[in-house]
Each structure stands twice: as structure tokens, then as C-alpha cells.
Design a protein around this ligand. Structure first.
Ligand code: CO
Length: 497
């Protein structure tokens, strides 16, 4: 039994996983409504087959032999050790637990949809309570050092601890909260022109142009429409993004295209020869999000980027934007204002939404709060951090899909991703001569090549923390985000720094 047996086995498991991914992609884009029940069945069958292949004793034997094989290259050794870790984790789950979890998640998800529709939390609460209890059990199954939430966090952001996330959010509270208060006291910027009528087809064509400029490879990908934008890959040569278009809000399409484009570029940059193996996969959700946010915010919401691209937008929409300058456009897209919905928040108050979810999740996992008390807790935190009064459940506690899916420990990766993005971008500015000028001329390939070299090509060779050290010489540091925010928004809102 050698490395080739291992590789063949893992790549076959990947074939099944990616075949399921195509079914999921189709479900979100083109599948007719009536296909839903059979599609769920097909997906579940494939998940079962792949789980069985993965946790099978024979595979365990291959891994045990390879673990001590000194003839393997460094990359091969890494593929084996990462797979072994994951294998041992998967083996801890009993079949009964996996089935119970999957059943509870389905019930909880359906209850959440119904609750959202009826704007009634009580429909959802008992199912969520059951799911939280299972999640607490899962922490015990997985094992952890320190806080039980570490076990959940580890599934999305391996190696990151609750204490580290708490530390980051302490800095958010200490620095970002007062900074946003300062902005709130300043003269507000105008973003009204985004909400005129923008033709769907023209928006679509503009989005494609923006993606091409970023270096997204349409021979190894495509874009489609879906209700929630997402990125999915079946291998590095077939990475698909989706967008949504609102004819009464130009900004939705622009930043969903750039954001998903950033995710897509990461996946197109993974080493194709490592297909199905850990070194052919992305590092973590936080690093994935760092790539989307870097393009969306550090590039896509910068004045430099629009020096070139605003004239392009004006060519598509001369009438709507005839009285708007590139500078107005830039200021409008960076309007900071507290809001109820996380996904449409500006890049600063966004982190308060994440902070609130993190604090609540932690209490749930600690068993210190009852599910029935969540709406009140949620609303009081929105009052505390954003100074707004949540009007109803759907604009409050029912807005996110995550908890109904059992995704606890996921939210912090959104903020972690933005903070990594700021740190990486600051490093890119140091290392790429003339980066700002390039961006202002629409030359984005030097930046893409830098990201390919520093992040994309490595797959899972390094953990997020190791990668960050390797790229920037230090661990994740909130100061980079805060510096970026202070400089940018002091300019937009004429604040004294
Ligand atoms: Co994203």
C-alpha cells in the first residue's frame, strides 16, 4: 500500500463530492421547483457513499502505513497527515449521531423558513433548542482544550481559539465602535443615485467586464444568477460564481460580482495537480473570505479602482449617472450607517453584526442562555452596539440561515477574513511597486499574481496563522484593518484623525 493507493482513494471520494456539488449548483440556479425532493434524495445518497468510503477501515490502514513512510515528499507527507487528522475526527461520530444531526438540521431549517415567512420566532424555537443541544454534544464528541466553542470554531477556522476571537472583538469594541460614532456625528454622504432604475441586461454585461478585468478565467468558470450569490468549484479548472441583480439597486450586483469573483480567483488558483487532496483545497473560511473581501473592499471600494471603472459604469448608464462624479460614486458606496441586516451592512458596522452573533453563540454553547430568550438578547445587543431598535423577528434574529443549518462557529470567520484582507493588502502595497497606480489604470493582474504566489498556490500547506506569518511576518493583527478604516473614512467624512 503506497501513496498512490491513498491518492486514488481520496480522489475518488472527491469525484463523488464534486458530483454532489454540481447537483447543488444546479439546484440553486436552473433546477425546476418540482425537482427538489428527488434532488435531496440524490444528494443524500451521494453523501452517504462518500462518508462510507472515507471512514472505511481499509482507508484507515492505508493512512496508518503512510503515516510512518519516510520516503514521501514534504507535500505528500502533508496530504497524509491532514487527511489522517480529518479521518480520526470523522471516526468519532457514531452513525446514530450523524443521522440524528442530519434529521434535526432538516427540521430546524424547515422551521426557520416557516418562522421567517410568518415572522414568528416561536415556530423555530423548539427545533433550534434541540439543535443547540446536539451541537453541545458535538463539542464533547470532538473534544477541545479550553472553551467548548473551540471545537466548533476549529471546523471552520482550524487552530483559532475562542480567546483569540474574543481578543479581536475587544479591539473592535474599543476602537471601531467609537470610530463609527464619530462618523455618525459627521455630515452623511449621498448614495441616492444607486437606487435609480438600472437595466438588468446592462448590469449583467457590466458585471462580466468587471470579472474579466480581475482576471477571472471564463474558460475555467462561468457566472449565473441565483437568489443568494455564491462560489462553487468542481476542480480548479471549473469554478463557478453567481450574482444577483436588483434593477433598483446597482450596488448589489457590483459588489456581489467582485466579492464572489475574489472567492472564484482563489479556487481557480489552487494547484490542479493536487485535485481531491488537502493541498488542492483552500485553507479555511477566514482565508477564503480574506480573498473575497480584499477584492470587494480594499480594491472594489477604493477611489483608485473607480478612477478607471467609473467611466465604464457611466458608459453603461449615462442617464442615471450624468450628474455624478467618480468621487461622489466612491463616497456613496462607502456610506456608513447602522442597519438591521448583516448582509447589506457597510464594511465597518458589519463587524458589529458578527460580534453580536459570536457573543450569542458562545452563550448558547456554554448553556448560559435559553433559546426562548434569544430575541430579547438579540435586540438588546443591537441597541447596545448599533443603537437601533429591531422592529420584528425577520429583521432581527430570523435573518440568517446559519444556525438553522447547524453552523455555529462560522460567523467569526467573516470578520477574521476582513481583518486578514486588510493585513494582506497592506503587505501587497509594500511589495508591489506602483500597485495603487496599476489599480487606478485597471491593471489588476499584478495583484492577482501576488495573491496566486502568496496564497492560492499553497492549498492547505499552511494553516491560516502560518500563512499570515509567512506573508506578513506577523500574526493576525487588527491594527491593519483599523489603520485602513481610519485613513479611508477620515477622508470620506472629513474627520480629524
Ligand atoms: Co464570502
Amino acid at each position: 500500500m503506497g501513496y498512490n493507493d491513498f491518492k486514488t482513494r481520496l480522489q475518488k471520494i472527491a469525484d463523488i463530492g464534486f458530483a454532489s456539488a454540481i447537483l447543488s449548483w444546479d439546484q440553486e440556479t436552473y433546477m425546476p421547483q418540482k425537482g427538489a425532493d428527488f434532488r435531496a434524495r440524490q444528494l443524500s445518497t451521494l453523501a452517504g457513499v462518500s462518508h462510507k468510503m472515507y471512514t472505511d477501515e481499509g482507508f484507515g490502514k492505508i493512512l496508518a502505513v503512510l503515516k510512518n513512510d519516510a520516503s514521501l515528499t514534504q507535500k505528500e507527507t502533508k496530504n497524509v497527515s491532514l487527511t489522517l487528522e480529518d479521518y480520526e475526527k470523522q471516526k468519532r461520530y457514531s452513525t446514530e449521531f450523524v443521522e440524528e444531526m442530519s434529521r434535526t438540521v432538516s427540521e430546524c431549517f424547515m422551521a426557520w423558513q416557516a418562522a421567517k415567512e410568518k415572522n414568528d420566532f416561536s415556530v423555530y424555537a423548539p427545533k433550534l433548542e434541540k439543535l443547540v443541544a446536539l451541537k453541545r454534544k458535538e463539542c464533547e464528541i470532538l473534544g477541545y482544550k479550553g472553551h467548548p466553542y473551540n471545537a466548533l470554531l476549529d471546523q471552520y477556522e482550524k487552530g483559532t481559539t475562542t480567546a483569540e476571537v474574543e481578543q479581536l472583538f475587544e479591539e473592535v469594541k474599543k476602537e471601531l465602535v467609537p470610530f463609527v460614532k464619530k462618523i455618525a456625528a459627521a455630515q452623511q454622504v449621498d448614495d441616492g443615485f444607486f437606487y435609480k432604475h438600472y437595466d438588468k441586461q446592462k448590469q449583467w454585461e457590466l458585471g462580466i467586464e468587471l470579472l474579466k478585468q480581475m482576471g477571472y478565467d471564463f474558460e475555467a468558470g462561468r457566472q449565473d444568477i441565483s437568489s443568494h450569490p455564491f462560489t462553487i468549484h468542481f476542480n480548479a479548472q471549473d469554478v463557478r460564481v453567481t450574482t444577483r441583480i436588483n434593477e433598483n439597486d446597482l450596488s448589489e450586483m457590483i459588489w456581489s460580482c467582485i466579492h464572489e469573483g475574489g472567492h472564484g480567483l482563489y479556487e481557480q488558483g489552487l494547484p490542479a495537480e493536487q485535485y481531491g487532496l488537502p493541498l488542492g483545497e483552500t485553507v479555511s473560511l477566514g482565508i477564503h473570505e480574506s480573498q473575497s473581501r480584499l477584492w470587494e473592499n480594499n480594491v472594489g471600494r477604493s477611489l483608485n479602482y473607480w478612477k478607471k471603472n467609473f467611466s465604464l459604469v457611466q458608459q453603461y448608464f449615462p442617464e442615471q449617472l450624468k450628474d455624478v462624479s467618480a468621487e461622489d460614486f466612491y463616497k456613496g458606496m462607502n456610506k456608513v450607517a447602522p442597519s438591521f441586516i448583516r448582509t447589506s451592512a457597510d464594511e465597518l458596522t458589519y463587524h458589529f453584526h458578527v460580534l453580536i452573533r459570536f457573543e450569542i453563540e458562545k452563550l448558547l454553547i456554554e448553556g448560559k442562555v435559553n433559546v426562548n430568550d434569544l430575541p430579547e438578547l438579540w435586540n438588546s445587543k443591537y441597541k447596545e452596539y448599533l443603537d437601533i431598535t429591531v422592529p420584528d423577528f425577520s429583521k432581527g434574529i430570523l435573518q440568517d440561515i446559519h444556525w438553522s443549518h447547524g453552523s455555529f462557529g462560522y460567523f467569526p470567520t467573516y470578520s477574521i477574513g476582513s481583518f486578514y484582507a486588510a493585513q494582506f493588502f497592506a503587505q501587497a502595497q509594500k511589495e508591489i511597486t506602483g500597485l495603487d497606480t496599476q489599480i487606478s489604470e485597471g491593471e489588476l493582474l499584478p495583484l492577482l499574481n501576488w495573491l496566486r504566489d502568496k496564497v492560492h498556490q499553497h492549498g492547505k500547506m499552511y494553516t491560516a496563522a502560518e500563512l499570515c506569518e509567512k506573508i506578513t511576518g506577523e500574526k493576525l493583527n487588527f491594527r491593519y484593518f483599523m489603520n485602513y478604516a481610519t485613513r479611508k473614512y477620515a477622508g470620506i467624512y472629513h474627520l480629524s484623525e
